[in-house]
Write a protein that binds this ligand. Structure first.
Ligand SMILES: Cc1cc2nc3c(=O)[nH]c(=O)nc-3n(C[C@H](O)[C@H](O)[C@H](O)COP(=O)(O)OP(=O)(O)OC[C@H]3O[C@@H](n4cnc5c(N)ncnc54)[C@H](O)[C@@H]3O)c2cc1C
Ligand code: FES
Length: 290
């Protein structure tokens, strides 16, 4: 796994909404090694937290990887405020995790909300490998849509859904999968990435249909190397470490209830970290204004 002494320059930043932003980072060795399905661990400054982020795109020629981040807590909000084009991340380690297994003939690539970013490189890789690709992406509303054209360009068929009906089919992504399945009896793989509850719904839909379904799990990760056990998940009744055994697993074998309850475990601590950071920011602004 390459660990670079480069400066991890942000060559581009794009804001998709108030909470979602894209960072293109110069990290040539890593860009050369990256495969769809893998992730990196990022520290934005020396005292910062290490956070896992999926490699949403990579450009081997330019030596860059693309990350799409949702500001949900202390670190991702701090990065949203401080990490700009021309600035540098402190550390980027990877690529980590097992690459996606390609090798299906007709595949439905499903992305819910932020999940659109990590499923994109897979849709592109399937297309390049000669598969027939049906893209299904879903958002809460039209304002949150990103990468529609980019995704559409690597799909043979494309379905967009929104919770409020402001764009595409009204409803969640399972409606899009139902439509694809009704029109194609020979789908041999579904890849679904998004919030755990969405991936569980996709698994519940495809299980009785017997369609192999792969999900990318997002448990709390700490070291990302298989040593701390923080990211353990239950798959087929056995314990797996998502950072080294995954993050992709057979959706029909995943214990989603266990995953969701483990994700809730640190919520109080996360709230404390966020509030104390917000207080420190407010105090700093008040001092600066004096
Ligand atoms: C393999 C993997 C890939 C991911 N890819 C992306 C991505 O591409 N874009 C993106 O925006 N987010 C991604 N995440 C989630 C991202 O790591 C968390 O949102 C981030 O760590 C939150 O940190 P915070 O301090 O901002 O929020 P916190 O307030 O600390 O946490 C908010 C929520 O984020 C999750 N989280 C917190 N710490 C971690 C951690 N160390 N590891 C995993 N999840 C955590 C928990 O669900 C938590 O409830 C990924 C997670 C994993 C495991
Ligand atoms: S993050 Fe420590 S074992 Fe996976």
């Amino acid at each position: 796994m390459p660990v670079e002494n480069a400066t991890y320059e942000i060559v581009r930043r794009e804001d998709f909404s108030d909470v979602t932003y894209l960072l293109e980072v110069r990290v040539p060795l890593l860009a050369r090694a990256a495969q769809p399905g893998q992730f990196v661990i990022v520290m934005s400054h020396p005292e910062g937290e290490r956070i896992p982020l999926t490699i949403a795109d990579f450009d081997r020629e330019a030596g860059t990887i693309t990350l799409v981040v949702q500001a949900v807590g202390k670190t991702t909000m701090e990065m949203q405020r401080d990490v700009k084009a021309g600035s540098h991340l402190y550390a980027v380690v990877g690529p980590m995790g097992e690459p996606s297994h390609l090798g299906a003939k007709k595949v439905v690539c499903v992305g819910g909300g932020l999940g659109v970013a990590p499923v994109y490189p897979q849709a592109r890789a399937f297309k390049e490998a000669g598969a027939y690709v049906i893209g299904v992406i879903g958002f809460r509303n039209k304002e949150l849509v990103f990468w529609e054209d980019k995704f559409r360009a690597v799909c043979d068929e494309f379905i967009i859904c929104s919770d409020d009906g402001s764009v595409g089919i009204k409803g969640v992504v399972t409606k899009g999968i139902e439509r694809a399945v009704a029109q194609h009896a020979d789908i041999d793989r579904v890849i679904a990435i998004g919030p755990p509850i969405m991936m569980k719904a996709c698994a519940d839909l495809t299980r009785p249909l017997g369609i192999t379904t792969i999900v990318s799990l997002n448990p709390i990760m700490i070291d990302g190397t298989g040593m701390c056990g923080g990211c353990r998940v239950k798959v087929g009744g056995r314990t797996k470490f998502a950072c080294v055994d995954g993050p992709e697993f057979d959706a029909h074998q995943v214990d989603f209830n266990d995953l969701m309850s483990r994700l809730r475990r640190f919520r109080a601590d996360e709230q404390v970290a966020l509030e104390s950071w917000q207080r420190a920011c407010a105090a700093h602004s008040a001092t600066a204004a004096d």
